[in-house]
Design a protein. Structure first.
Length: 365
């Protein structure tokens, strides 16, 4: 069970500690700003152009099925890359200086099939404010078929979730774009309704953008290339499966782990710790760090830096993480980092641990 009251964090010593940490981070970002800004601009132009190029290539040469499927696989990869590097930073107002331009840029997410309005609420107002808090973190609490929270409701099917969920993960984006968005709009029992009332115009935009996405992804290739609907739909599935697998390698590991904590608020909505300790206890970093993770994957391996400093663009996270790692060690605060393989293993362990009704970790209840 969870409280209906909005969770609030303890007023503890970590507020002062965080101000010290923030000052060090701001100084580092200021020094690096002139060096890193060009990379942000290059990505903002390059990645959307690549998306358009591969889509145009699909329309021009997609009568060859292998070319069509290859181009759609690249579109799936680029969908994730644009989300991680650009859409995600734009919604945090760190892509451009102008708030208006950032808000405009987020609409690329609508063009690529998601609903930017509902995702912004899920991500900013719920996930970032209350990570791993049952009843408030909509990124973790996505579907009844998955029992991620140790204290979540249990059904008999959860006994096998560590078996069937990995098999369903390739359908993650299909569920997000074509099912979950609609559920959040029309099911008022969903978490997002605790913090917003959806304007009528957003319902109109929901249907218009979804129709446009499906039209240019499936219908237009049928009309333009004269391929069968089955071929175009298969290409669409290739895109969705590619995007799902790549995105989940990034999105599963930072929070949904056997090493992460899932604190519960009390009846008055009070959390057991302060904001800083909560963020550190519920988030994990990934060890792998190279040019690919930095340039293409939006430095999502440095996820703790993002949760502590969401108003800092991802290009600064490697240096910010060094400051965080030293700071947490000096102040005896939690900091966790695992290899990608180990992180995926810990996600599987979480699924298996929560597949049973009784949970030996329920002493925090």
């Amino acid at each position: 069970m969870f409280t209906l009251k909005k969770p609030s964090f303890q007023k503890t010593f970590d507020a002062q500690l965080f101000q010290e940490l923030r000052q060090k981070v701001n100084e580092t970002v200021s020094v690096l700003e002139s060096e890193r800004k060009p990379e942000i601009t290059v990505k903002a132009i390059l990645f959307p152009l690549l998306y358009i190029t591969f889509y145009a290539s699909a329309l021009l040469w997609g009568s060859n099925t292998y070319v069509l499927y290859g181009c759609y696989a690249m579109l799936g990869f680029l969908l994730v890359i644009i989300f991680l590097n650009l859409i995600h930073d734009a919604v945090h107002q760190t892509l451009f200086k102008s708030k208006r331009v950032n808000n405009w840029y987020v609409h690329f997410f609508d063009i690529m099939g998601a609903n930017s309005y509902i995702w912004k609420i899920r991500h900013i107002r719920l996930h970032h404010n209350y990570p791993n808090v049952m009843g408030w973190d909509s990124d973790i609490e996505q579907s009844d078929i998955a029992r991620i929270f140790p204290h979540g409701s249990y059904s008999k099917m959860h006994k096998y979730q560590h078996i069937y969920l990995p098999l369903l993960y390739p359908f993650y984006l299909i569920n997000w774009l074509l099912i979950r968005d609609f559920k959040d709009f029309f099911n008022k029992k969903k978490i997002i309704w605790k913090v917003t009332t959806i304007p009528t115009v957003e319902y109109i935009k929901l249907f218009l953008f979804k129709a446009f996405f499906l039209f240019y992804m499936i219908v237009l290739p049928v009309l333009f290339l004269k391929v069968s609907f089955a071929t175009a739909f298969t290409a669409f599935l290739v895109m969705m499966f590619t995007a799902s697998i790549i995105s989940l390698l990034v999105l599963l590991t930072p929070h949904a782990s056997s090493e992460s904590e899932f604190p519960l608020p009390d009846a008055d909505g009070k959390m057991p710790s302060g904001w800083l300790v909560h963020q550190l206890s519920c988030t994990n970093d990934i060890k792998e760090d190279n040019w690919f993770t930095r340039f293409f994957m939006g430095c999502f391996n440095y996820h703790i830096a993002h949760h502590l400093f969401p108003a800092v663009n991802h290009v600064y996270y490697p240096e910010v993480t060094k400051i965080i790692e030293q700071f947490t060690a000096e102040n005896h605060l939690p900091y966790r980092r695992f290899s990608l393989a180990n992180s995926l293993k810990k996600h599987y362990q979480l699924l298996k641990r929560n597949a049973v009704r009784e949970n030996i970790f329920e002493e925090t209840m």
